[in-house]
Design a protein around this ligand. Structure first.
Ligand SMILES: [Ca+2]
Length: 327
């Protein structure tokens, strides 16, 4: 009995320790004055291809004065020390679509901001109409590890849902491809639509990893590039615990082929329309980890990870007392 109890108690203690550690998360270092922010620039469509030579310019959102300027090194990285705050940051590299971020929040010492740039169409040698949706997210170990890009093609083909398990959809004269699937922080995950037929294309971000990390604290940024122009930048709202998020209502392709991003209105966002997927999009993957099971929050998961092994310990103690009493 005692040996059996030890076999159960030891793993239970390990579980309890892990649960407590995961629930607590790492403690950020104190940041008097400036904090170090690191940037990693990579290619939106070629996995693990870092980009040297990218000019990074950091300016205060309020007032607009530049606080730091630099260029990424051979490792695609650039570091700066700036006071915590919200900044407008621009990234430029010949051959790539220039990107100016509206409001990047810098708060932690050592924060890593991963940014993926999209190559100019002329640099790729492709003349086709292209729309790209680029997903980046944070790199802290207590942030969502694996986020996924999902896009539903307008053509209603059975294989029109493009995501990590089904990366390429080819219909009549058009193609939708998830170029890159990233499973361990930062991104990118990029979906490219080539010569898309008219209609509304739904896109959403799915949190594959699950609690205790949640999308709302994962620094999720989704950008849409139409042709060679940045057409929209969308940052997730803090506090979102649902596991699916739609940054915009749809990418709309008009009859003449012109592409635009249809945004949610403030009222729609207030009603949570950005956190609900149309029923037609539910699949085993989305129902398993989609919005229907969302909202329980990370704190409960952390609590259960802690309380469950403790409950086993108490039960074992009661059993051992009962056995002794009967002897
Ligand atoms: Ca992924």
């Amino acid at each position: 009995m005692r040996r059996l109890a030890l076999r159960i108690v030891c793993p239970a203690l390990v579980l309890a320790w892990n649960g407590a550690w995961v629930a607590a998360g790492p403690t950020p270092a104190p940041t008097p004055g400036g904090v170090t922010v690191r940037f990693e620039l990579n290619d939106a469509q070629v996995k693990d291809q870092v980009l040297p030579g990218v000019q990074v310019r950091i300016a205060a959102v309020a007032g607009g004065a530049e606080v730091a300027v630099g260029v990424t090194g051979a490792d695609g990285r650039f570091s700066a020390v700036v006071p915590p705050g919200t900044y407008r940051i621009s990234y430029a590299l010949p051959g790539y679509v220039p990107y100016s971020s509206g409001a990047t929040e810098i708060r932690d010492d050592g924060q890593l901001v991963t940014v993926s740039l999209s190559r100019l169409l002329e640099a790729t040698g492709k003349a086709a109409q292209q729309v790209r949706v680029i997903l980046n997210w944070g790199s802290r170990k207590d942030q969502v590890k694996d986020a996924d890009s999902h896009l539903a093609c307008v053509c209603q083909d059975a294989d029109g849902h493009v995501y990590y398990r089904h990366k390429v959809h080819e219909g009549a004269g058009h193609r939708v491809e998830l170029d890159v699937d990233d499973i361990d922080w930062g991104g990118p995950e990029t979906v490219t639509l080539t010569d898309p037929p008219p209609g509304a294309y739904l896109y959403w971000v799915q949190d594959y990893s699950g609690p205790p990390a949640v999308l709302g604290s994962a620094d999720v940024v989704v950008r849409v590039v139409i042709g060679d122009q940045e057409a929209g930048e969308f940052r997730i709202f803090k506090g979102v615990t649902q596991r699916a998020w739609r940054p915009f209502r749809a990418i709309e392709i008009a009859a003449d082929g012109r592409a635009t991003v249809a945004r949610f209105t403030d009222d729609e966002i207030a009603e949570g329309a950005d956190l609900v997927l149309p029923a037609a999009l539910y699949t085993p993957e989305t129902t398993q980890s989609g919005p229907s099971d969302a909202g329980s929050g990370s704190s409960w998961t952390g609590l259960w990870a802690f309380a469950f092994p403790l409950g086993i310990l108490v039960l074992l103690w009661i059993l051992s007392r009962l056995v002794r009493y009967r002897r």
